[in-house]
Design a protein around this ligand. Structure first.
Ligand code: ADP
Length: 492
């Protein structure tokens, strides 16, 4: 505002004084507006942002104090003077209360006037400058506050725990995930961290706090909390000051329990596979050793029996390897699916036909009730054939001599339901629950002598899952079992 001329309003009903003052101020490079009464004064004074205003106290229409009040209300930074020949103590107090900067007694000399106006103008400059600074500060604070709350929201919504500790080991910042991932009920800013976090985590953090690890480094460890159920990984980074001195530590705490569980399942699976493979190999090795050992006298018949048992075990081994390969192909999705429109009736009938020899061997009768007009299924032929072969071959394998198998297909809401029942050995309740676990085979006097891999139903389950279907089993030990496969009708 220093760059432009002071902008002033003169409100006075005395024409001579008004114009005289105007001329004086214009000659001093003021920009001057004049108002010849209170009404016009209010109009101009509220509409324009004057630096200064000289308001005559006594005017015929509106009192000068009223004009002052209105101008200050609309333009609080306009520096106003009351000009009057009748100054009294009370009106001076009142005018100041309303916001007048000062009094100019009438009549005034040009010097007196200019001196007063200069003071007032300086005041105006200072006020506006202060106002500008205050606004800037407020804006900065506002920006800072919104930046901080934004950051806070972001940090609080990430799933990784964030915990910041200063060089004295006191908590400076943490998010909710940090509490959760460290299994803590609460933490307080300023709290000594080593007293709060699980023992294993203190090992890493203390190294940083006591200065043993001063350079900026990231460390990753896994700690185990609450009885093997929660595994976390902590990444520790030092926070350095501008002068590279140590300021504190940031901990990123990640929950890796799920990953750990998968790792565990994988290693359990590998050990189960190894065990399942070892058993038949060891058996065959045993038979061959006996045959080769001259010190063990065996008849030719015995030799033949050992060899044929070896062939049987090797066949089992081959079945196992094939099942494992199938599972792995499904997992890795290496085999391209060939989806086509399939008729369930045809697939089920050809599966039964394929297993005819096994049925005849045990004199098992297959009774099927499959409607002709079922909706076609959009599926892979080999997968469905494998699915039904596994279930129906079990219904034969775990059936009694002269038993029966019933196959029906019905429509239930958006599912096609294939029910395969047998009159076989059935399942005990505790075995029924574990039926789909890898390598599970019910062990009792009825299953003794029946060979298998324990992977058939695992494969069945995976195929059913891949079509977003479901499978249920009802069974009564000694009486028989019913497997129901639900496949969604519209599987495109
Ligand atoms: P397996 O190769 O042993 O048959 P599966 O995964 O197909 O492997 O079946 C797992 C176990 O479930 C079988 O060993 C058997 O104990 C039981 N089981 C499967 N189907 C039937 C059935 N229809 N009746 C009775 N038990 C069954």
């Amino acid at each position: 505002m220093e760059d432009r001329n002071p902008y002033i309003l003169i409100v006075d009903d005395e024409r001579g004084l008004r114009l005289g003052t105007q001329r004086l101020l214009q000659s001093e490079d003021f920009t001057v507006d004049t108002a010849e009464n209170g009404t016009e004064g209010i109009l101009l004074g509220t509409r324009n942002d004057y630096d200064l205003a000289i308001i005559d106290m006594k005017m015929p229409d509106i009192d000068g104090l009223e004009v002052l009040k209105e101008i200050k209300k609309a333009r609080p930074n306009t520096v106003c003077f009351i000009a009057t020949a009748f100054a009294s103590y009370d009106t001076a107090i009142e005018a100041t209360r309303i916001g007048a900067y000062s009094y100019i007694p009438k009549p005034f000399t040009p010097e007196e006037l200019l001196h007063q106006l200069e003071k007032g103008y300086n005041q105006r400059v200072l006020t506006i400058e202060a106002e500008k600074l205050r606004k800037e500060r407020e804006e900065r604070l506002l920006e800072l506050a919104s930046e901080q709350s934004r950051l806070k929201t972001i940090i609080n919504s990430i799933s990784g725990g964030v915990l910041v500790v200063n060089k004295s080991g006191e908590v400076v910042y943490f998010n909710n995930a940090a509490l959760k991932n460290l299994n803590l009920d609460s933490l307080t800013i300023g709290q000594y961290i080593l007293d709060k976090i699980p023992e294993k985590a203190t090992e890493i953090v203390s190294g940083f706090i006591d200065g043993a690890t001063a350079e900026n480094l990231t460390k990753s460890i896994q700690i185990e909390l609450i009885k093997d159920t929660l595994f976390v990984e902590i990444i520790c980074s030092t926070v350095l000051n501008n002068d590279s001195s140590f300021a504190g530590v940031v901990l990123i705490i990640r929950n890796i329990t799920e990953m750990k569980k998968i790792e565990l399942v994988k290693s359990q699976f590998v050990s189960m596979v190894a065990h399942e493979l070892k058993t038949p190999v060891a058996a065959v090795q045993g038979f061959l050793k006996i045959i080769l050992d001259d010190s063990i006298p065996i008849t030719e018949d015995q030799q033949r029996e050992y060899l044929s048992r070896s062939v049987g075990r090797l066949q089992g081994l081959l079945d196992l390897v094939n099942d494992l390969l199938d599972i792995s192909r499904m997992e890795l999705k290496t085999k391209q699916r060939e989806l086509g429109s399939l008729r369930l009736k045809e697939i089920l009938e050809s599966t039964v036909q394929f297993l005819k020899f096994e049925c005849e061997h045990k004199n098992i009768q297959v009774i099927s009730g499959i409607p002709d007009n079922l909706p076609v299924l959009h599926a892979d032929h080999n997968e469905l054939t494998r699915l039904f072969t596994n279930i129906i071959s079990n219904a034969i394998k775990y059936n009694i001599e002269n038993g029966k198998i019933f196959i029906t297909v019905t429509e239930e809401k958006h599912y096609l339901v294939i029910a395969i029942s047998d009159t076989g050995i059935g399942l005990k309740e505790e075995d029924r629950k574990k039926l789909f676990h890898e390598f599970f085979r019910a062990k009792n006097e009825k299953t003794r002598g029946i060979s298998g891999t324990g992977l058939g139903l695992t494969i069945v389950q995976r195929i059913v899952d891949s079509y977003h279907g479901k499978i249920t089993v009802e069974s009564e030990y000694g009486k028989g079992s019913t497997f129901k496969i639900y496949l969604p009708k519209t599987n495109k």
